[in-house]
Design a protein around this ligand. Sequence first.
Ligand code: BES
Ligand code: MN
Ligand code: ZN
Length: 517
Amino acid sequence: MINDFKPTVSAVSSAVEKVDADALVLGVAKSPEGPVLLPNPLADKAAKGVADSLKALGASGSADQLLRLPGVDGFKSETLVLIGVGPLTGEPDGGVSPEALRRAAGSAVRQLSGADAVALALPAATVEQVSAVAEGAVLGAYNFPHFRGSEEARSKTPVAEIAVLTELKDKHTKQAVSRAAVVGDAVRATRDLVNTPPSHLYPESFAETVLQAAKSTKVKTKVWDVKDLQKEGFGGLLGVGGGSSRGPRMVRMEHSPSRPVAHIALVGKGITFDSGGLSLKPSNAMTTMKLDMAGAASVAAVVLAAAELNLPVKVTGWLCLAENMPSATAQRPEDVITIYGGKTVEVLNTDAEGRLVLADGIVAASEEHPDAIIDIATLTGAQMIALGNRTVGAMGAEDLREDLVDAAQEAGESLWGMPIPEEAISTFDSDVADLTNTGAREGGMLNAAAFLREFVGQKPGADPKALDPESQRIPWVHLDIAGPSFNSKGPWGYTPKGGTGVMVRTLITYLESAAKA
Ligand code: BES
Ligand code: MN
Ligand code: ZN
């Protein structure tokens, strides 16, 4: 979307002697007996030279360990590279999980940045394994040089040509590899948007970027500017965005195949910078707050990927874009705003802004009666306290939540179901409006979900007298990605520093399973 760089990835079934790459990568796993070289029949000859000397070479099999050896005589590849895969699982399939392969492939490609072409001779005996290796590799081929000063730095690209060595050559293998390319593009686009500084990414430019990206596809788009938002009463976006000289936007995206089997709505928090507003954040808490649009970025990337993959599911994406700034026109603590659709909220803390813009988006999405609504947001600091920096919290309708957790498991992402306690919503009681925007501090991630649920519409034909009113709502799940959306520590596996693109793969996998159901 922002970056034109796209690695090419292909399945190659020729013996490794013939493969002309800058590096040939073999996998080393940890076993109880020490490091073991993982099999790939196409690389038998290259493997012979190193299999018995792993210990002597210092290869441990630990994840992310990369060793470069001089190329072996008779091979075209200049270097032989050993990448650690981590411990064997003891499973009969060779003992490496798809996620271990993804990480190993990604780690190798990431660390080999500077090389043009890389051939991966990791285990690739099944379509699932080929898919994992290809996906990990394209996820590892990432950099973000656009804001460097020198031409030289800006022109540095990651590994551009990836070959996955496999004896398989059926159409499922080819499909798996081209799917991996689409998934890689989606994740990298999300990372780019997250990494783009707030000087350059603000509601208008975000909307413009998405429109540009959708132009060459069948995805339909609609943008509400400030006037449109006022006319239709999007009080959450207007309240949050009111303090900025760069006004808010709502973007609707639509992928509509001819005979859709379901309609899934995705709603993303898109705060292009969260200063806290008048409830100003301390300076330390403000750095990284360019990440606060990661939800909207992933929604945009997933809708485009759904179109690219021709999924027979209708997908609508709602990007709730605003910049949260303090100024004379900013909303004040104690203001009352009217969310799209009419519910009122007393804003007690202007830093609890994500739920306000999402409320507008969830009500708007509900009006179209989708079969399910999934919102994704960097919503609470409490998410990190509860689940850390690598595990996303999922709250809401049980069946949908479990389907998403299953999709995450398949995609290799960490998603954990969390409850919405029954007492949570009463902590939002306001003296003057329908709700306040701040609930109890304890269980802050769960409470925020209780607030959002108030804005989820009823199913068509809902029974207003139903004993369990929650059962009458459109199935909805809230994903809190506050911590996992951004990696402030060192890179690992296929995950770079900075924006991660977390949940993009899970959402694509979920849409694929919805397409099959
Ligand atoms: N964008 C933040 C949440 C966040 C914090 C994301 C750190 C990523 C890293 C959100 O808008 C926020 O400020 N939440 C407040 C809510 C509180 C005022 C009720 C929080 O979590 O402290
Ligand atoms: Mn905030
Ligand atoms: Zn925020």
